[in-house]
Design a protein around this ligand. Structure first.
Ligand SMILES: [Ca+2]
Ligand SMILES: [Ca+2]
Length: 271
């Protein structure tokens, strides 16, 4: 089947910052067909949204979901992005998460790209984002995208498609509200101490101490944030813990992540 693309000359709409920050709405994500891929699932903290990959066909593939989650400065959050591909045109998608940390209405300042991973075949990507301590508190915009890659002739994703991709922004943009708050509560180190991970060709071992009992989940991710191992160990008691997991196939740099009662703690290690 011959695939055709429609080349559109689209004026860029750029909304100037007013008293309250206004974020530009990309207008160049015009579908070339009903098969244009996009985001089918986004999860981060309390957000867990399932959707179709193209929500307004045949209109611009941008959605302001109106959903909000509270993100703490300095904290790391797991993110899941489910997405589709149109394998005939582009076997991979590039993913981004941007947050307007300085509330100036623009999502492309230094430090505002929290996730940047390219050439993923999907259908699900699991990674993490860390909110900088320098972020301004208050509600601000979080933009998530999945866009076709260079195999489809596309430029890298940018938050408002500026400069515009000459082939069109083929993918989807979903907007959320991130309510940035100061870190509160018991500091992580007060609950989990001595977190370390090590690996041999035989197994992968986590060591840590708990100052209070809790439900622990352990994960191993590769340097690109892909989840390789996970282990749910419920109802750990207070005190020193050693948890042994299966071996990692390849040598390299990994991230060990411990979730205690829904809060993440991460450590880098080598195999
Ligand atoms: Ca969607
Ligand atoms: Ca900004």
């Amino acid at each position: 089947m011959a695939m055709t693309r429609t080349f559109l000359s689209v004026a860029w709409v750029f909304t100037a910052a007013a008293i309250n920050a206004q974020w530009c709405v990309p207008t160049t994500a015009i579908p070339y067909a009903a098969s244009m891929p996009g985001i089918t699932h986004f999860a981060c903290n309390t957000i867990d949204r399932t959707s179709t990959d193209i929500e307004n066909y045949p209109n611009n593939s941008y959605v302001n979901t109106g959903l909000t989650t509270e993100l703490e400065k300095g904290a790391t959050y797991a993110v899941t992005i489910g997405f589709t591909i149109d394998n005939i045109i582009s076997p991979h998608m590039n993913l981004r998460i941007w947050i307007d940390m300085n509330h100036d209405g623009q999502l492309d300042d230094v430090g505002e790209t929290l996730l940047s991973v390219d050439h993923l075949a999907g259908p699900v990507y699991t990674g993490q984002i860390t909110i900088p301590n320098t972020a301004m508190t208050g509600p601000t915009r979080m933009r998530v995208t999945a866009k076709m890659c260079s195999h489809g002739g596309h430029t890298l994703p940018s938050p408002c498609d500026l400069p515009a991709d000459p082939f069109g922004y083929h993918g989807e943009l979903e907007d959320y509200t991130a309510d940035i708050v100061d870190a509160v509560g018991i500091p992580e180190i007060d609950v989990v101490t001595g977190l370390s991970a090590s690996a041999t060709e035989l197994n992968t071992t986590f060591h840590f101490s708990l100052l209070e009992a809790g439900d622990v989940r352990l994960e191993v991710l590769d340097a690109r944030g892909r989840l390789l191992l996970s282990n749910t160990a419920m109802g750990n008691t207070q005190g020193e813990q050693v948890i042994v997991m299966p071996a990692l196939a390849e040598q390299g740099v990994y991230i060990g992540r411990l979730w205690l009662n829904g809060r993440p703690h991460a450590v880098r290690f080598f195999r």
